[in-house]
Write a protein that binds this ligand. Structure first.
Ligand code: ADP
Ligand code: MG
Length: 258
C-alpha cells in the first residue's frame, strides 16, 4: 500500500462510517494478522496458543472462526480487537499497523473502527435497550438526536421496535443478544468481531439471531470474524477458518471435512 493510502486509512480510522465508506476492496484489508504468536506463562511452563499465525480479512467479507473449546478463538478475537496485545506479531486494521500505536490511538481505533459482540451480552443492566445503543455513540461524540436515530434504525431492523424501552432483565436471551448486536454496530465500525454470539441461545433462537446478524452485516458492508461452534451457521458465511494446533486452516463451504 502506498504511503498516501496508508495516511488516508490512518486519518479515516477515527471517523466511523466515513472510514467504512472510503474503504474499497482494493484498499487495505479490514483486518490483517501478521505472524501473531501468543504465549501464556503458567509458572515455569509456557503455553503456546498460536505461533506465527497469519490471517487476512478483506473489507466486506464474513468469516467463521471454528475450533474446539480451548483452541484459542477468544484469544485470537481479543488480539484482533486490540483488547489484548500478542506476545509478538502485528495487527493491522484497515492498513494501519496498530502494534505500533500508543494506547490512546488503539482505543480510538477500537471505539470507532471495531464492533465486538461477546457470548454474554454485557449490556448495562440499569439502562434500556435504546440507551445501551445510544451511549457508545454519545461517548464517540455524536449528537443525541443522531445517536437516537441510529439506535432506532438498528433496533427496528433487529425486530426490537417494541422492546426499546425495556431494560436487559426484561428481555429474553435472544433479545438481549440482538441489543448487543445493535450496540456493537452503533458507531458504524468497519470490522465486527463476535465471540460465539449465539452460543448461549437455543438452536432455533440462535438461527434467527444469526440470520438477523448476517443480514445487518451485509446491509452495512462490514467485514466480520465470527467464532462459532455451529457448523450450520458457519456454512452460511463466505469463509470458514479452523483454528487447530495453533494454526488457521481454511475450509471451503461444502468441501470441508467434519
Ligand atoms: N489469561 C490466561 N492465562 C493463561 N492461559 C490462558 C489465559 N487465557 C486463556 N488461556 C488459555 O488459552 C487457551 C485458549 O483459550 P481461549 O482463547 O479462551 O479458547 P477458546 O475461545 O477457543 O475456547 C486455553 O487453553 C486457555 O486455558
Ligand atoms: Mg472462547
Amino acid at each position: 500500500m502506498s504511503e498516501a493510502r496508508e495516511q488516508e486509512a490512518a486519518a479515516s480510522a477515527g471517523q466511523g462510517g466515513a472510514m467504512q465508506k472510503k474503504m474499497k476492496k482494493e484498499l487495505a484489508p479490514a483486518l490483517e494478522l501478521r505472524r501473531i504468536t501468543r504465549i501464556y506463562h503458567q509458572g515455569q511452563r509456557e503455553l503456546v496458543i498460536f505461533r506465527d499465525l497469519d490471517f487476512t480479512l478483506p473489507v466486506g467479507e464474513v468469516a467463521a472462526l471454528v475450533g474446539p473449546s480451548g483452541a484459542g478463538k477468544s484469544s485470537l478475537l481479543h488480539i484482533a480487537g486490540l483488547l489484548e496485545k500478542p506476545t509478538s506479531g502485528q495487527v493491522h486494521i484497515a492498513g494501519v499497523n496498530c502494534s505500533e500505536l500508543d494506547d490512546i490511538s488503539r482505543t480510538r481505533i477500537r471505539r470507532f473502527g471495531i464492533g465486538f459482540i461477546y457470548q454474554f451480552h454485557h449490556l448495562l443492566p440499569e439502562f434500556t435497550a435504546e440507551e445501551n445503543v445510544i451511549l457508545p455513540q454519545i461517548m464517540a461524540g455524536k449528537s443525541k438526536k443522531a445517536a437516537r436515530a441510529r439506535a432506532h434504525m438498528l433496533l427496528e431492523t433487529l425486530g426490537l421496535a417494541e422492546r426499546m424501552k425495556h431494560i436487559p432483565s426484561e428481555l429474553s436471551g435472544g433479545e438481549q443478544q440482538r441489543v448487543a448486536i445493535a450496540r456493537a454496530l452503533a458507531n458504524e465500525p468497519l470490522l465486527l468481531l463476535a465471540d460465539e454470539p449465539t452460543g448461549n441461545l437455543d438452536p432455533e433462537t440462535a438461527a434467527r439471531v444469526h440470520e438477523l446478524l448476517l443480514n445487518l452485516i451485509r446491509a452495512e458492508g462490514l467485514a466480520a470474524l465470527i467464532a462459532t461452534h455451529n457448523m450450520e451457521l458457519a456454512a452460511l458465511m463466505h469463509r470458514v477458518v479452523h483454528l487447530q494446533h495453533g494454526k488457521l486452516v481454511e475450509e471451503f463451504p461444502g468441501g470441508a471435512p467434519a
